[in-house]
Design a protein around this ligand. Structure first.
Ligand SMILES: [Zn+2]
Length: 182
């Protein structure tokens, strides 16, 4: 998404509710949530929000979790593209990440080399080969089905919102372009 285009539409959204354009860090945080989406999404969002009585409390969240799924439903081709964003190395339910295990069953959620999220650029990307070379396994050694604890690296935890109990639902959200304020 073009940033100038985004700013223009964001101004429109704030103006709809009689508000001044937000402070730069706020606008930046919202932009990070939608920057991977097409310009047209902001037109759609502005139109939808113009028909609401109140401005959503957390606009970034609303765009990401309410309006974006709506938009995808209306654009099946886009939806298909988005669901194909994972590569063969990614975990099936988590585009951009895959799991690796230590022999004792401790697991890591690694950023896949295909993951180009700008907000995760500082995190080391991994290929399955690299994980194997580092002495990790690509399948859960707890073959008897015992649920081994899964540990996220601190960066990944931060990306999914500092959850004390990493759950797969959180990880799924990490596949979207966002970093803070979950
Ligand atoms: Zn991948």
């Amino acid at each position: 998404m073009n940033k100038f285009y985004f700013s223009d539409k964001l101004r429109g959204i704030y103006a709809t509710f009689g508000k001044a354009y937000p402070a730069a860090p706020v606008a930046e945080a919202i932009f990070r949530r939608v920057e991977s989406m097409p310009d047209g999404f902001m037109d759609y969002s502005l139109e939808r929000l113009e028909n609401q009585p109140d401005m959503p409390k957390n606009l970034g969240y609303h765009l990401r979790h309410v309006l974006w799924p709506e938009y995808l439903e209306k654009h099946p081709r886009l939806k298909a593209t988005e669901s194909q964003s994972r590569c063969n190395n990614c975990s099936p339910d988590m585009a951009g990440f895959f799991w690796a295990w230590e022999a004792d069953g401790k697991s890591y959620c690694l950023k896949c080399a295909c993951n180009s999220r700008p907000d995760l650029a500082h995190i080391q990307p991994w290929t399955p080969r690299m994980a194997l070379d580092a002495g990790l396994r690509l399948s859960d050694p707890a073959a008897d089905g015992r649920a081994a604890p899964r540990h996220l690296p601190p960066e990944a935890r931060k990306a999914v919102g500092h959850s004390e109990k990493p759950r797969i639902e959180h990880l799924r959200e990490a596949a979207y372009a966002d970093a803070e304020n979950w």
